[in-house]
Write a protein that binds this ligand. Structure first.
Ligand code: ADP
Ligand code: MG
Length: 650
């Protein structure tokens, strides 16, 4: 009966643009139970033909009928099913799984079978097959501890686990010495005698002599197809298993019916039936081999591939641990890096906030006189009322503080110092600057501002320069000869982005600075203009100008003159208003609100320009933002590299 028929099979390999025709139209048919040797010089296409016959590969064209079914053009999955159901393979270099015991190597093909017979039964079957090939004392051996012949026998046992109808062997004795080769060949003959069709590729004429038939392939074509009338039989008589052969363990229990034990328990029988049969035919040697316990326990719960995977992990403990470690480190690195970049971005944002990322500076406008522009701040248009109103009426504003600047020498006892900044301001200033923690004492109050009290809060540099280790609290210092009591010392802030020491500062109520120090208040301005009582004001301010009255170079205007040139209504002005928006995102909103409010308060008509100017740190924000996101990306890339190295590299 015909089992295999190939018609005009071709196979062409394509390497880049070039095509290599390897099989150029091969046709033959093989009967069930035949033993066929395929011979030919190296490179003639034998392995290619075997791969096509074994459904490992698809012929380029032609038909391949296996057991009455065309299988040449099946897809990958269908071919795998055909292989599992009908074919067994033996290779020249055994292709056993390293670090896997003989039993498990034999069991391996079952993991791909659609219906696994159940672990206990399969294990018994594997043991039987190994016993059959004479390896019942090597069940737990791994391939590296077995000789080539033994490995090939394991491979044969493996090829038989699925009850193949056809056994394909590609130079099965090529790697073996001649004596072992004969043993393997005898095994093939025995299997053939049991009805398994065998196709083997060989170079060896003595192997060919053992086959029924020889097909010679030359350059991709069948050039010879002859029947071997005088087949050399290697086992004794027609009894499949000879006494004294390596298979004698199995043969002693065949019960005289000529069928070897291995096939007495077909894999796909119901377990109970199998058990019944087993008790009658199983040799004692097989019963001595216990199934591995751990595996049987999990066998019921997990599908075969999963079990195989667990087995593989267990066999390669170190490698699995290292790989896991690598992946764990990689993932941890990714998580850590993302977190770190997030954290650093947050802290950067915080730093920026302390440097005034969402603070705004409202300056008075630029005065122009005779075509000469004096720059922002030269026109005095901002009032402390503006600051109060900004706090009250702009929802996007958290708080605001008016600012008055002055410069000058500060003296205490026999020491003196010129601070970088002397600011007149109001208590919200500290909030605007995110500087609410004081080292000692307290901020002056709004009451101090109202009554222009001579109190001040000093920065650390001032404290160090003027007070050394003493506590400055309650002590007096003189700013431009006006005595101030120190009520608080600011905590350390360090240098700002421009490298300016921010601790070199004195804060005092803006009214005090305005009226008692800087002397450019409305009263003096007006007084200087009218010439009345101006000297008296100056008298307060400075001891270095001891005789202010004496330096008056102009005669005071008469009352008529004064009446003819009325003075403009003056108000108390401040140099700047520092504003803090509620958050960095709504800085733009805050600017819009302040602009609207101040235009309204200053009664500016629509067509006229603002008489003030608002600056923010948008550029700084942008730069910082892009810097931090760049940092984040960089860290992420580093983390991903470590993940790849950890996960794939190892
Ligand atoms: P052999 O008869 O010695 O077993 P093969 O069937 O293995 O020869 O190979 C036949 C020819 O096909 C060789 O020339 C080989 O180089 C070529 N060949 C085999 N497999 C491939 C492949 N996958 N891609 C390209 N060429 C191949
Ligand atoms: Mg080959």
């Amino acid at each position: 009966m015909e089992l295999i028929r190939v018609e005009n099979i071709t196979k062409t390999y394509r390497v880049g643009e070039i095509e290599f025709p390897v099989l150029k139209g091969v046709s033959f048919s093989i009967q069930r139970g035949e033993m066929v040797a395929i011979v030919g010089s190296s490179g003639s296409g034998k392995s290619t033909l075997m791969n096509s016959l074994g459904c490992l590969d698809r012929p380029t064209s032609g038909e391949y009928w296996l057991d009455g079914r065309e299988v040449g053009q099946l897809d990958r999955t269908q071919r795998a099913l055909v292989r599992v159901a009908k074919l067994g393979f033996v290779f020249q270099n055994f292709n056993l799984l390293a670090r896997t015991t003989a039993v498990n190597n034999v069991l391996m093909p079952l993991d791909y079978a659609p219906d696994h017979p159940g672990f206990a039964l399969a294990h018994r079957r594997a043991v039987e097959l190994l016993t059959r090939v004479g390896l019942n004392d090597r069940l737990g051996y791994v391939p590296s501890k077995m000789s080539g012949g033994q490995q090939q026998r394991v491979a044969i046992a493996r090829s038989l686990i699925n009850h193949p109808q056809v056994l394909l062997a590609d130079e099965p004795t090529g790697n073996l010495d001649s004596k072992t080769g004969v043993e393997i060949l005898r095994m093939f003959q025995e299997l053939n005698a049991e009805g398994i069709t065998i196709i083997l590729v060989t170079h060896d004429p003595s192997v060919t002599a053992c086959a029924h038939r020889m097909i010679r392939l030359e350059d991709g074509l069948v050039v010879e197809d002859v029947r071997n009338e005088r087949q050399r039989i290697l086992f004794s008589g027609h009894e499949p298993v000879g006494i004294g052969s390596p298979l004698s363990t199995a043969s002693s229990d065949t019960g005289g019916d000529g069928h070897p034990v291995a096939l007495a328990v077909p894999l796909r029988t119901k377990p109970r039936e199998a058990a019944a049969r087993r008790t009658s035919v199983t040799p004692a040697a097989i019963l001595d081999v216990p199934a591995p316990r751990r595996l049987t326990r999990v066998a019921h719960w997990f599908p075969a591939p999963f079990r195989t995977a667990i087995g593989a992990v267990r066999r390669n403990k170190m490698r699995s641990a290292l790989t896991t470690l690598g992946v764990v480190i990689g993932v941890a690195a990714v998580v850590a890096m993302v977190e770190i970049s997030q954290g650093s971005r947050n802290s950067l944002m915080q730093t920026m906030a302390t440097m005034g990322a969402h603070t705004l500076m409202v300056q008075s406008g630029a005065a122009t006189s005779g075509g000469v522009n004096f720059g922002f701040g030269s026109e005095k248009t901002l009032t402390p009322g503006d600051a109060d109103s900004i706090i009250r009426d702009c929802p996007a504003v958290q708080t605001a503080a008016p600012m008055v600047y002055t410069q000058g020498q500060v003296v205490r006892g026999n020491r003196n110092w010129v601070p970088m900044n002397i600011y007149g301001t109001s208590p919200p200033y500290l909030e605007v600057r995110d500087w609410t923690t004081l080292r000692e004492g307290e901020m002056f109050t709004s009451r101090d501002v109202r009554s222009a009290n001579k109190v001040c809060v000093i920065g650390e540099t001032i404290a160090r320069e003027l007070f050394d280790d003493q506590s400055p609290l309650g002590q007096d210092l003189r700013i431009k000869n006006v005595s101030f009591r120190v009520v608080g010392v600011l905590s350390r802030k360090g240098a700002n982005m421009m490298g300016v020491d921010q601790d070199d500062v004195i804060l005092a109520p803006w009214t005090t600075i305005k009226y008692r120090i800087s002397s450019t208040n409305a009263a003096t301005d007006a007084a200087a203009a009218t010439g009345s009582s101006g000297g008296k004001n100056k008298e307060v301010n400075t001891l270095s100008e001891l005789y202010p009255e004496a330096t008056s170079r102009y005669p005071a205007p008469s009352s008529t003159q004064a009446a003819n040139t009325p003075q403009p209504v003056r108000f108390t002005n401040v140099d700047r208003i520092m504003v803090k928006a509620r958050s960095a995102e709504i800085v733009e909103q805050a600017i819009a609100q302040i602009t609207a409010l101040l235009r309204d308060r200053h009664r500016i008509r629509d067509e006229t320009d603002d008489d003030f100017n608002i600056r923010n740190n948008a550029e700084m924000m942008k730069a910082m933002g892009s810097m931090s996101s760049m940092m984040g990306t960089l860290l992420l890339i580093v983390a991903l590299i470590s993940l790849v190295v950890g996960g794939v590299g190892i």
